[in-house]
Design a protein around this ligand. Structure first.
Ligand code: SF4
Length: 340
């Protein structure tokens, strides 16, 4: 049951979000573009789940569906054990509040004409999260402190252009927190800030997750970042609209099962000794990513896969499932047959 304020949405241990057989397509120039295919995914309460993959793999579309910004074309999306379509009226409004997204570009998502105080006060007022001017000011001070924008008195009258990229992203996160969300989708949320401050932003998100009991869906193209951020969570690797591997982060990093995950790991720069230790040299058959309008038959990775088996990989579509000898679920026919 969805409730207001700080109460939980589900019984402890129940998945907060369940995606069942989700498909999503867009139409462009009269052509149907299948962006997501057969996504089955659960996100637990207080969990960190990283969606990793190259651009165009469908991770942002998945994040937008989780945050309620997009509807699936087919399939069922459940929150707190109820299909999204079953939420009505006040419950639907509460649900919207509790699923928030932080975008990649804080400069584009913050209104340049508004001060930081205005940016935070609008959702607080609109959703009646505080009562009276003094409580509103207290809450804005509290939110700025939570995201380490201190002293709040120095920040509240500034405009977005007067802040650094990292500070702007902290404002975006504070704005998402105004409505007391249960889940935040962080879509490439640190990729536009300097490398030197990425880690402090990630540490802050981890602290907020701990303090507020947040569930975080973290979207990134960077496996090294996913490893750092979601070491206690799970990684789902996506390729051309499908999840091809999902499992606990240490399992995926130490023993990547899917050839595509192995290739991603092989492409991580040498600076991370943990990742380097588990690296294999993978020579892809092709560097070209097929177009979504022309997805290869069978396994969509087969034109690039170094382990391609003719007659198998181009004839049958692998579905995500447990594979013998592996702790994670994998969508690879040869791994599932124990041949890899
Ligand atoms: Fe490679 Fe075949 Fe596995 Fe696809 S099914 S990842 S082509 S080995």
């Amino acid at each position: 049951m969805v409730t207001d304020g700080s109460q939980t949405m589900t019984k402890t241990g129940q998945p907060l979000v369940q995606m069942e057989g989700i498909y999503r397509s867009f139409v462009k120039d009269r052509q149907v573009i299948p962006v997501l295919q057969d996504i089955n995914l659960e996100v637990g309460e207080n969990e960190i789940l990283c969606l990793v993959g190259e651009s165009g793999c469908g991770k942002t579309t998945t994040g937008k569906i989780i945050a309620g910004l997009l509807e699936p074309s087919r399939g069922v999306m459940r929150v707190a054990d109820r299909a999204i379509g079953d939420y009505r009226g006040r419950e639907k409004a509460l649900l919207r509040r509790q699923l928030q997204i932080v975008h990649q570009d804080p400069f584009a998502s913050l209104n340049p004409a508004h001060t930081i105080g205005d940016i935070l006060s609008f959702p607080l007022k609109r959703h009646r999260m505080t009562e009276g001017g003094a409580a509103l000011k207290r809450r804005i001070w509290e939110l700025l402190t939570m995201v380490d924008l201190t002293p709040p008195g120095d920040m509240v009258n500034k405009y977005p252009h007067q802040l650094s990229g990292g500070q702007r992203q902290r404002v975006s996160i504070a704005r998402a927190l105004t409505v007391q969300p249960r889940l935040i989708v962080a879509d490439e949320a640190v990729s536009m800030v300097d490398v030197s401050i990425r880690i402090t932003l990630l540490k802050m998100l981890l602290r907020l997750r701990q303090e507020l009991g947040l569930t975080i869906v973290f979207i990134t193209h960077d496996l090294a970042l996913a490893k750092y951020f979601a070491w206690e969570g799970r990684i789902a690797v996506m390729y051309l609209g499908r999840i091809v591997e999902i499992g606990r982060t240490p399992d995926v990093i130490a023993h990547p099962a899917h050839p595509y995950t192995r290739a991603l790991l092989a492409a991580v720069p040498e600076a991370d000794p943990e990742l380097t230790r588990h690296k294999q040299t993978i020579a892809l058959r092709s560097d070209d990513i097929p177009r979504l309008t022309d997805i290869p038959p069978g396994c969509a990775f087969h034109p690039r896969c170094p382990f391609f088996a003719a007659g198998t990989c181009d004839a049958h579509t692998p579905h995500l499932k447990a594979a013998p000898g592996w702790d994670q679920q994998v969508a690879c026919l040869l791994v599932q047959q124990g041949a890899l």
